[in-house]
Design a protein around this ligand. Structure first.
Ligand code: HEC
Ligand code: HEC
Length: 219
């Protein structure tokens, strides 16, 4: 057994010499969690997310994958990034929030905000999922209907009951009931902690998500 394998054993899920960890179930749950907890900040083609606050995870891993790094190693990198992110960068640019913010345990969360029953399991599921798909060259169809765009791009920061999202970084849109023009303006230009999506969503996608939000909010 190599040193890398020995280190990997601390992740209960990692396999060594057995073809690796292959549970579809956990990858499936990891994908759902990724879309809710990470996609607002990270682009990942397989998940259909287009966040721009953090690095594009396909770009981040494509080169290393090309150079022969395996999914198991990526899984380990992602798991430690989630557990021990640099929350305050030396350059003052926004870092990545801690695990109690990205994947809060339901023991610590009141009401029906997004949370996970088992934080360790959730970290492992997300890490296995990202490790398996990041940088593989998979390009999911960019969603074009407003609701899908909202779920993958906006939901991790905004609550909107029609879309089933529970983000709390930005205002609750059921309560705000924004007009279409306001949605277009915020999505195009950003404001405060909300980034501009001009570079990641095209004109038609911005129109579609604005139409959706202005008609679904408060329903
Ligand atoms: C509020 C925005 C935000 C959220 C939510 C977020 N991240 Fe990040 N992430 C960042 C930023 C900013 C960085 C770059 C700074 C750093 O390395 O800490 C980063 C870095 C990373 C890196 C390192 C990429 C590289 O190039 O080395 C990985 C992997 C990562 N995030 C995965 C995740 C996963 C998985 C989740 C969900 C559990 C997540 N992030 C949630 C903002 C976020
Ligand atoms: C990283 C978190 C984040 C993401 C992702 C995000 N938003 Fe926001 N959003 C915010 C924050 C924070 C504000 C409040 C900004 C302010 O006024 O300072 C906001 C404000 C808004 C407002 C104005 C609400 C009001 O009543 O003032 C709308 C509309 C909106 N967002 C829609 C969207 C849509 C649509 C998307 C996806 C394309 C999106 N947001 C993605 C964080 C986010």
């Amino acid at each position: 057994m190599t040193a890398a394998c020995a280190a990997l054993l601390s992740f209960a899920l990692a396999g060594c010499g057995t073809g690796g960890y292959t549970s579809e179930g956990s990858q499936g749950s990891g994908k759902k969690l990724f879309i809710q907890a990470c996609g607002g900040c990270h682009t990942l083609a397989d998940a259909g997310t287009a966040g721009t606050i953090g690095p594009n995870l396909d770009d981040a891993f494509a080169q290393a994958r090309e150079a022969g790094m395996t999914s198991a190693t990526f899984t380990q990198v992602v798991a430690s990034q989630i557990r021990f992110p640099i929350e305050n960068t030396s350059t003052g640019s926004p870092g990545m929030p801690g695990v109690d913010t990205t994947l809060p345990s339901c023991d610590d969360v009141e009401g029906d905000a997004f949370c996970v029953e088992n934080q360790d399991q959730a970290v492992d599921d997300v890490a296995v999922y990202v490790g398996a798909v990041a940088g593989t060259g998979v390009t999911a169809e960019a969603p074009t209907d407003g609701k899908s765009i909202f779920t993958t791009t906006c939901g991790s920061c905004h609550t909107l009951s029609d879309a089933g999202t529970t983000g709390t970084v930005g205002p609750n849109l059921d309560a705000a009931k924004p007009a279409k023009a306001l949605v277009i303006d915020r999505v195009t230009n950003g404001q405060g902690a909300m980034p501009s999506f001009k570079g990641s969503l095209d004109e038609a996608q911005i129109q579609a998500v604005a139409e959706y939000v202005s008609s679904a909010a408060g329903k």
